[in-house]
Design a protein around this ligand. Structure first.
Ligand code: DAH
Length: 342
């Protein structure tokens, strides 16, 4: 019995010594296994108790439990000490200086088409136009018939149309909203329709199957062609941030009479003549005209009392001229080298 008691004392003193050398949690865990685990000296000593006499068993058992408790306490205290050290070390090595100026971060931004769409919307809104967004898929009536192009009208061929299986149209122009706008209230009516359009055509540097248009409508008493030219000129001066000349040349669109094209003094060469304007000094920018009486009638507007004008331009073309972009396909390319420049 004496021997066992001595062994127990020795075990605890050597454990005390061993603990002093431990400097991390991993080593402490190993130490716990070595000094108290199933294969430890302590377990061995405890196993040998069974060979003792009963009264000795009580005595040694008591002592052994004491030693075990002491060991557990020692290990626990050591663990607390190590953790405290670790935290204070962290504070020393991993502190953050919140006063250092930031590196700056670059979040994403709106696509150039969206930026310019909002820019153009603001200009028209400042002039008193309301914004109406189109349905991207619409019916034949709104895309064609209500615009003075009944079924079988040859002018329909001017638009290369995508049809759905249900015979709906992926709108070929945002003029598709004209009839709804004209029906929606009484004059004065001023609205623009910025939106996506689709054409079933092969793409090249100038043509895309998907693009943005701005339709505009203005109806009131006594509206004339010169109101239209003045409105568009004011818009272009704002959009290009300089005074530009515009001119009107007659052309045919079934929904206007007279109809025409508005051309803009070439924004790249300022009218001197360059490759882009084909050395004419002018750029054909949009289709427009005085709204056809049939279109007004179809929408229930008395064409003898009211007149109005309408126009439609492609947004990408305006942006291309503003930033000298040579290929319209870049807008839908998803090429970040392009997008990041805006
Ligand atoms: N919708 C025509 C197109 O897509 C553009 C246009 C021409 C709109 C004349 C108009 C207009 O409102 O009067 O080609």
């Amino acid at each position: 019995m004496e021997k066992i008691l001595i062994k127990l004392e020795k075990h605890i003193t050597s454990a005390q010594e061993g603990l002093k050398k431990i400097d991390c949690e991993k080593k402490l865990d190993e130490f716990r296994v070595k000094s108290m685990g199933r294969k430890s000296q302590l377990t061995n000593i405890l196993r040998s108790i069974k060979d003792l006499k009963t009264e000795e068993k009580v005595l040694v058992g008591k002592k052994a439990n004491e030693i075990k408790g002491k060991l557990e306490n020692m290990i626990e205290n050591k663990m607390a000490e190590l953790q405290k050290k670790k935290v204070s070390k962290l504070a020393e090595t991993e502190w953050i200086d919140v006063t250092v100026p930031g590196k700056g971060h670059k979040p994403g931004h709106l696509h150039p088409t969206t930026q310019m769409m909002e820019y153009a919307e603001d200009i028209f809104q400042d002039m008193g136009f309301e914004i109406v967004y189109p349905n991207e898929i619409d019916d034949d009536y709104h895309n064609f018939t209500s615009l003075n192009m009944p079924e079988g009208h040859p002018a329909r061929d001017a638009w290369d149309t995508f049809w759905t299986e249900e015979e709906h149209v992926m709108i070929t122009h945002t003029s598709s909203m004209q009839n709804r706008i004209l029906k929606s209230g009484s004059p004065p009516i001023r609205a623009i329709v910025p939106g996506k359009c689709f054409r079933n055509e092969a793409t090249d540097a100038r043509h895309e199957h998907t693009f943005y248009q701005f339709e505009g409508v203005y109806v009131d008493k006594g509206i004339t062609l010169s109101d239209m030219i003045g409105t568009l000129q004011a818009f272009f001066n704002s959009f290009y941030e300089r005074d530009l000349k515009v001119k009107f040349t007659p052309d045919f669109f079934p929904f206007v009479e007279p109809g025409g094209m508005v051309s803009l003094e070439c924004v790249l060469c300022r009218g001197k003549g360059c490759r882009v304007c084909k050395y004419t000094g002018w750029l054909e920018i949009l289709g427009c005209g005085m709204i056809h009486p049939n279109v007004l009638k179809e929408a229930g507007i008395d064409h003898k009392t009211y007149t109005g004008f309408a126009w439609g331009f492609g947004l990408e073309r305006l942006i291309m001229l503003k930033y000298n972009i040579e290929d319209v396909r870049l807008f839908h390319s998803g090429d970040l080298r392009f997008v990041k420049q805006f």
